[in-house]
Design a protein. Structure first.
Length: 132
């Protein structure tokens, strides 16, 4: 992602049974006419790499709690992009604070209403989660 000075590329769709390698999750829920969520799931190495790149800090300064908080901030920024560039201007939308307690598997509990896209990046693989 541009905000991380790194490139990423979609590598395929995953279902809920394929998310175990990505235990660290942050998502932001948006309420409105058509509620939705946007989230990111990743492994520990990618979690730390993403957080360090986003926060512009050295790895030794990034503990697990700070890394997870950073992942939540990244999800919040993605929702901000979505609100500004994708959602209709006339809609009334409200984004909630990032949630880091719900697993990717829980978010994808209804496969007809959610999507998990495996992304490869220079910082490591992660899963982009979108649904309602």
């Amino acid at each position: 992602p541009r905000m991380l000075d790194s490139h990423c590329q979609a590598a395929g769709l995953l279902d809920a049974t394929e998310l175990a390698p990505y235990p660290h999750t942050a998502h932001v829920r948006i309420e409105g006419e058509q509620p939705l969520f946007v989230g990111i799931a990743c492994d520990a190495d990618t979690l730390h790499a993403l957080a360090c790149a986003f926060l512009k800090i050295e790895p030794q300064r990034c503990n697990d709690a700070l890394a997870l908080d950073g992942l939540g901030e990244i999800a919040s920024v993605l929702v901000g992009y979505l609100e500004r560039n994708v959602l209709p201007d006339e809609g009334d939308y409200r984004a909630f604070p990032a949630d880091t307690t719900t697993t990717a598997t829980q978010l994808l509990a209804d496969p007809g209403r959610s999507l998990a896209v495996l992304m490869n990046s220079q910082l490591g693989p992660f899963v982009l989660l979108v649904g309602n």
